[in-house]
Design a binder for this molecule. Structure first.
Ligand code: MN
Length: 226
């Protein structure tokens, strides 16, 4: 039961490596298996980056810059999140994963930051993948704050950024736990869950240097029941 299900995506390597370096055992999962069956056989779920969640899932028409994810991935991952939350299985969600969690919980998204957020910072620096794009301000006392205590500079963390969407109306039961200086939501968590944390940046790209290893270590610890 100590396995961590990683939802299949185009860039698996860094997610798998980050989990392994934190002492966890990842397993790839996809839409060929029922979400409830997956949740029953693993100890944790990681949702990775990718294309946009189809806005029909939160009752909106697509923005001109909408870029669809792989066919079937939205429905599969939304169901996977709902199954994980229902079973109180630890959940770590990254980038698109955070947006999926929010939509699965009934929230909405900013569909295109450059056209919808006045004065927005640059949230899309593609290469190198660990390039620092902006800082985030972490909410004091949050789980993220506790986990990243030793890496925090005051209340700030330096993060990479490769997203043009973000959480808008946050899902019920979740709290915002990090924001960028332009107000874009960069992390959220669900206090009622054993471990349910989502970040908008890509901590998995730092496995070589370890800046976000504590995030994966605490996730793996929660998966083990700690
Ligand atoms: Mn960002």
């Amino acid at each position: 039961m100590g396995l961590i299900a990683v939802s299949r995506n185009r860039r698996m390597t860094d997610y798998l490596e980050s989990i392994r370096r934190a002492g966890g055992e990842p397993v790839e999962v996809g839409g060929d298996e029922a979400p409830a069956a997956i949740v029953a056989r693993v100890g944790g779920v990681l949702l990775a980056g990718g294309g946009d969640v189809d806005p029909s899932h939160y009752g909106e028409a697509p923005h001109a810059r909408f870029e669809a994810a792989e066919p079937g991935r939205d429905a599969f991952e939304i169901a996977l999140v709902q199954a994980a939350l229902a079973a109180n299985v630890p959940l770590l969600a990254i980038c698109r994963g955070m947006q999926v969690v929010n939509v699965a919980g009934g929230g909405t998204l900013v569909q295109d930051i450059p056209s919808e957020v006045p004065g927005a910072l640059t949230h899309a620096i593609a290469e190198p993948r660990f390039a620092i794009a902006h800082e985030v301000w972490v909410a004091k006392g949050s789980r993220l704050w506790t986990i990243m205590a030793e890496q925090l500079d005051g209340e700030s963390l330096q993060v990479n950024s490769r997203h043009h969407q973000a959480v808008k109306r946050i899902a019920d039961g979740f709290e915002v736990t990090a924001t960028a200086p332009d107000g874009v939501i960069e992390a959220m968590e669900r206090p009622a869950s054993r471990f349910c944390l989502a970040v908008q940046w890509h901590p998995e790209n730092f496995w070589r240097t370890g800046e976000f290893r504590p995030l994966f270590e605490h996730f793996v610890q929660a998966v083990r029941g700690g």
